[in-house]
Design a protein around this ligand. Structure first.
Ligand SMILES: [Fe+2]
Ligand SMILES: [Fe+2]
Length: 262
């Protein structure tokens, strides 16, 4: 699935997303758990300094997002959306459990608290609408693409490289899933309000990008990022993502012409 949309695409229905997540669960990469962790001492220090925080983030229980999805599904008579979000959260938990298994294999202690994770959870709790949850999730997922890509380049561990590869495969559709829903929500928003929404996104994205650089620069460095390159890559990927959540990128079926409630 491509992140950028060529021409006008149709949004997938919630039922189609449920089918996608079901099919994806049946074609997972084989992870060679029988091998050792295979980290050099430098890689071990680099991974131990940041991977436990990402592992913790992936295990977030999703209760807040799930509650927002329920509210949205009820208001829009789209019960399958709740199931699609449940399957989405399930994939995130799979990432968390595979990363946790790798940490155990490498003898790296798991974390139960990380400032970035707490900040992220508190921030999401302030907002009960699906729009805000989906917007923040999508921004963190853009950074996940950069981070797991950097870890994959920065280590020779076959196990960790395969775990990262699986996560990267899952994240592109995750971003698309959130973007389609955001495009639906932004559809009838007047142009000026859409511009203000994007302005608030830009401010949030700048904050998240800086926070992730501060917390994970060692691993990002190991994967070939300087701050400048990280900043430019993050904004370029987010630029594609903003185009993917632009309602004008989609063909809307007649049935979708009813108002969308948040
Ligand atoms: Fe994930
Ligand atoms: Fe994700």
């Amino acid at each position: 699935m491509e992140l950028a949309i060529e021409g006008r695409a149709a949004v997938w229905s919630s039922e189609e997303w449920v089918a996608y997540f079901g099919a994806n669960a049946k074609r997972l990469l084989n992870i060679p758990w029988e091998l050792e962790a295979g980290l050099t001492p430098e890689e071990l220090a680099m991974v131990a300094a940041s991977l436990p925080a990402w592992q913790l983030g992936e295990t977030s229980d999703g209760a807040h997002l799930f509650a927002a999805a329920r509210k949205y599904a009820e208001a829009n008579n789209d019960p399958a959306f709740v199931e699609a979000v449940r399957l989405f959260i399930h994939e995130e938990h799979r990432h968390g459990s595979q990363l946790g298994r790798f940490l155990d294999l490498a003898g790296i202690p798991r974390r139960t608290w990380y400032w970035g994770d707490t900040l992220f959870r508190q921030f999401r709790r302030l907002f009960t609408r699906i729009e805000m949850s989906a917007s923040i999730v999508v921004m963190v997922e853009i950074h996940a693409l950069l981070y797991y890509g950097a870890i994959r380049r920065g280590t020779g561990s076959l196990v960790l490289r395969r775990v990262c590869q699986q996560i990267l495969r899952d994240e592109i559709p995750h971003i698309r899933f959130q973007c389609e829903r955001l495009a639906m929500l932004h559809r009838r928003r007047p142009r000026i309000l859409r511009m203000l929404t994007l302005l608030s996104h830009r401010m949030m994205f700048a904050g998240i990008t800086l926070a992730i650089w501060v917390g994970h620069r060692r691993a990002l460095h190991a994967g070939g990022f300087t701050f400048g390159r990280f900043w430019r890559t993050a904004w370029s990927k987010m630029g594609h993502t903003w185009r993917t959540m632009d309602p004008r990128a989609y063909r809307w079926p007649e049935a979708e012409l009813r108002p969308v409630a948040e």
